[in-house]
Design a protein around this ligand. Structure first.
Ligand SMILES: [Zn+2]
Length: 436
């Protein structure tokens, strides 16, 4: 569907006007009409179907000025929504059609409600297709694929509730906040589905009760008695604005690959002196694995954080500038391949709690590691950005090629996966759990 962006801007302005009017007063908002005749399956027909009015026919040249449309059920072929999707009729709104605009008028609240429904419809089509978004006819793991990914139009993941085929990011973004009033939606993951069970398995298998309290950041945990992380809830954070930034970063990494005429980055397992595959990867379902771009080392990693920062992260993502600065590999965003490690950061070392009712939260984030620098130093540099691929310094002025991430693998307790750019990770799942 091709929408005119101006249409959405008009929607937003109109809604603001309706909202700012005095309660109970009669107001109207108007939207520009589409100049070409519309096929039955357009948002306009949905729109008219939703408010229980027939889509306006082309007006004869000498149409009378009072061209109000008769309220009657829409023809079944004119909209695709099942009965349960159709909101109750709005007895207090009327629509008018002039040659340039469609107009809805009535009580402020009714118009505002109708308007919100229109916005939601435009991004929540129940018959949205779930086609795979990868470029067609280009083989994965080739230079051509890297090139096509570098230039592919960004879109949100097709399994998100917000996904709608043939709708661009800009269109979703321009109506999202108006419709929902927030930057993101939290979607509860069905506990009977495969995504839920995959994540539960990932947490269980990467939690090692014999390591509780081990390591510098684990202080205080040894005093609690628990042997597992008991998951109570998993939610997906659907933040289109944030995901768009992440996709752009991913494209940048693909572009760098294709400029070097390479198809894939070395995987973490292939890096010299690597301890092997990223643990979370071993427990990914086929479905989740297929969504990741292994060509640029896109992986799922845990990130534990205190409850008071969760909302900020859902809104604007992770920010390397907010780190302590004392972290081993410098001021980056740290991802963990084991839930045991992430669990250490979900509360402060002096205020540890455990047991039923003491909820903790960690993210399972998507991270585009790209070209990784494997660092085996026991006392590594405090990096401010990924080091130069030639001299391994983060402040190199001689060369112009940097890694995308650092993998701290000094054969100690846990490996660290560090990126220095907030948009290189996306906090996709929020896991709520208790220490039991
Ligand atoms: Zn250098």
């Amino acid at each position: 569907m091709a929408y005119d962006r101006g249409t959405f801007d008009e929607f937003k302005t109109a809604l603001a006007q309706v909202r700012s009017s005095a309660p109970g007063s009669r107001r109207h908002f108007s939207i520009p009409s589409f100049h070409k005749p519309l096929p039955a399956m357009t948002p306009a027909s949905n729109f008219y179907g939703q408010i229980g009015l027939q889509r306006p026919q082309v007006q004869p040249f000498n149409a009378p000025p009072n061209n109000q449309f008769v309220r009657r059920p829409a023809h079944p072929l004119q909209h695709r929504h099942s009965e349960s999707d159709i909101r109750p009729r709005q007895p207090s709104i009327k629509t008018y059609q002039t040659h340039t605009r469609s107009r809805v008028s009535g009580k402020r609240q009714s118009v505002s409600d109708a308007h919100k429904e229109i916005l939601k419809l435009l991004i929540n089509d129940p018959e949205k297709s779930r086609k795979h978004p990868h470029p067609k006819n280009v083989k994965r793991g080739t230079v051509e694929f890297a090139e096509s990914m570098a230039h592919q139009e960004a879109n949100i993941p097709h399994y998100w509730e917000l996904y709608k085929e043939n709708t661009t990011f800009s269109e979703i973004l321009s109506i999202f906040k108006s419709a929902f009033g927030t930057d993101y939606k939290k979607i509860a993951i069905d506990a009977r589905g495969s995504t839920y069970s995959t994540i539960v398995k990932m947490v269980n298998e990467t939690f090692d009760s014999t390591k509780i309290g081990h390591g510098q950041d684990a202080k205080g945990l040894e005093r609690l008695s628990y042997s597992k992380l008991w998951i109570t809830k998993i939610q997906r954070i659907e933040n289109p604005q944030l995901f768009r930034k992440y996709v752009h970063k991913r494209q940048e990494i693909f572009l760098n690959l294709s400029k070097m005429n390479l198809a894939c980055c070395q995987t973490v397992r292939q890096l010299p002196s690597s301890s092997g595959e990223i643990t979370t990867h071993n427990y990914l379902s086929q479905t989740m694995r297929k969504e990741l771009f292994s060509e640029i080392n896109e992986v799922y990693l845990f990130h534990g954080t205190k409850p008071d920062t969760i909302k900020t992260i859902c809104n604007t993502g992770l920010d390397p500038r907010l780190g302590s600065g004392k972290a081993m590999f410098g001021s980056g965003i740290y991802g963990a391949e084991k839930a045991s490690k992430a669990d250490q950061y979900t509360d402060g070392s002096l205020t540890r709690t455990g047991g039923p009712g003491k909820e903790k939260k960690m993210f399972l984030m998507r991270v585009a590691l790209g070209n990784c620098y494997l660092c085996t130093d026991l006392n590594p540099q405090k990096y401010r950005r990924p080091p130069c691929t030639k001299c391994k310094r983060d402040d190199c002025k001689t060369h112009d090629s940097n890694y995308d991430s650092v993998v701290g693998d000094n054969k100690k307790l846990f490996r660290e996966f560090v990126v220095y750019d907030g948009v290189q990770c996306y906090p996709e799942y929020l896991i709520t759990y208790e220490r039991r």
